[in-house]
Write a protein that binds this ligand. Structure first.
Ligand SMILES: Cc1ncc(COP(=O)(O)O)c(C=O)c1O
Length: 472
């Protein structure tokens, strides 16, 4: 007989309920109350890889890649690697038939180390270095998205064959929300504005370079966009711009890339972009705009990142301390924080947290989950419900941490970045190992003793220190 059968009330306690829109698709609670993802109890992940740890549901992330392809036939899906990229993730991307968008030499190197066909890669960046442009050209990436006229002549000088390029355009669409994620408006750093002559002058410069092939335009209106109509508006404006380029420069561009930014829910009640409605909105806008301008239908490309990777990820933390302050707030402090999740302090992002290691009949209370870093703003989730008997040693799982967590992590306070563990069919696969203090110290050119991991093994007080730096 299971524990839930013995104590049916357990199954109804609020902190046992999971909003399945927020958690990886394979998530469930076992009879002991342990949260399981990919058939693996998170307690096992914590035992084997310690905490904090990023856990990634392979079935979930690959299923979302597939869902995009089947829901949007005829549209090329390019996964935005900035949301989460490792060599294994890059291999999944290629195996599922998606392209890969990179925005730095490091992301490009990761894609190539995974064996991704360079022709499937789109290279972005508002300040690509000369080295990055040269590498992109020499390695034969499929498309380079040009962000400013200065890049044009330099790239043309590096190209060996002929390089396809897109021009990044600002469609002047305000998605609302946090200014840090509104990239479709004029008052930000990416791209060339619609209206005025900037786009046409840049297009002219590209067309003057025989080594470059101007295949189309690109835009990205921002992040966490839930309204499909905003993408329809982007398509309308971009087709109008392509038609004007045809009129002014006598060239018909054949590709329109409308970026990513598809919203996902982080907490219950958050809206998400519906992929079917998105497909219908852009299709309708494309048909109308092309008909109005007598413009031939271009190939459509989209670049979702978060909508593919966010919900596949969960972060597992160990509770280190629980403290009730005189103002009545209870702080639950965990062994990670803003170094593995900078989004709360950057954007005021909100998260969903649950107890991950046990059942409890205790009712919930409102607590604030905080990190271990030396900042009062180091918060993971403010005013969330957790069981009132939460205590040091418990495990917490935070939902929707697959995107912009591993990829945005830092080593603030000399805390090494967490490992990334893929789970599927009851098995764990370590994709990224934990960053140790030895890793961090190895960059410190002023250290006066040998790298600790290279020191001879000895018994004695040094062992504890060695274990610390080796992360054992
Ligand atoms: C050019 C471009 N494409 C795609 C994306 C992916 O956005 P998201 O992960 O929100 O889908 C971004 C995110 O910043 C971007 O800048």
């Amino acid at each position: 007989m299971t524990l839930s059968e013995l104590l049916p009330s357990l199954a109804h306690a609020t902190h046992f309920g999971l909003d399945h829109r927020l958690w990886p698709s394979t998530t469930h609670r076992d009879d002991l109350g342990q949260l399981c993802v990919g058939g693996v109890p998170l307690t096992e992940v914590a035992d084997e890889f310690r905490t904090p740890a990023y856990v990634l549901d392979e079935d979930d992330i690959r299923g979302r890649m597939r869902r995009y392809r089947t829901a949007l036939p005829g549209i090329s899906v390019v996964y935005a690697g900035k949301s989460l990229l490792t060599t294994t993730v890059a291999r999944w991307v290629e195996a599922e038939g998606l392209g890969l968008d990179v925005c730095s030499g490091g992301e490009l190197a990761t894609a190539l180390a995974a064996g991704v066909d360079p022709a499937r890669i789109v290279m972005h960046g508002n300040a690509k270095t000369c080295d990055e442009l040269r590498d992109a050209a020499h390695l034969g990436v499929g498309k380079v998205v040009l962000d400013c006229p200065l890049e044009i002549a330099f790239l043309a000088g590096q190209v060996r064959g002929r390089q396809s390029v897109l021009l990044r355009v600002i469609p002047d669409i305000d998605i609302g929300g946090h200014p840090a994620v509104a990239t479709g408006t004029l008052d930000q750093k990416f791209g060339l504005p619609l209206g005025g002559d900037a786009i046409f002058e840049a297009a002219h410069l590209v067309l003057d370079q025989p080594a470059l092939h101007l295949s189309g335009l690109h835009c990205h209106i921002g992040s966490q966009v839930a309204d499909p109509g905003l993408y329809g508006l982007a398509v309308t404006r971009m087709i109008a711009a392509m038609a004007e380029i045809r009129t002014r420069l006598s060239v018909t561009l054949t590709e329109l890339n409308i970026g990513g930014g598809h919203a996902v829910p982080y907490t219950t009640g958050d809206t998400e972009l519906d992929v079917d409605q998105f497909g219908a909105a852009i299709e309708s806008a494309l048909r109308t705009a092309c008909t109005a301008a007598s413009f031939p239908r271009p190939a459509l490309v989209i670049e979702p990142g978060r909508a593919i990777s966010a919900r596949a990820g969960v972060t597992v933390y160990r509770v280190v301390a629980v403290k009730s302050q005189p103002n009545g707030r209870t702080f639950v402090a965990v062994d990670g924080g803003m170094s593995d999740n900078p989004r709360v302090s950057l954007y005021g992002a909100k998260y969903t947290v649950t107890l991950a290691n046990r059942h409890t009949p205790t009712p919930d209370k409102v607590v604030t989950v905080v990190g271990r870093h030396c900042e009062a703003g180091d918060v993971i989730a403010r005013d969330v419900l957790l069981p009132a008997d939460i205590h040091a040693g418990d495990l917490l799982a935070v939902a929707c941490t697959g995107a912009y967590h591993h990829s945005m992590a830092s080593s603030y306070n000399m805390v090494g970045r967490p490992p990334l563990i893929a789970v599927a069919n009851g098995r764990c696969q370590q994709l990224i190992r934990r960053e140790t203090v030895a890793d961090l110290l190895s960059r410190d050119c002023g250290r006066s003793w040998p790298a600790p991991s290279l020191a001879p093994v000895s018994r004695g007080p040094g062992d504890a220190w060695r274990a610390l730096v080796d992360g054992e």
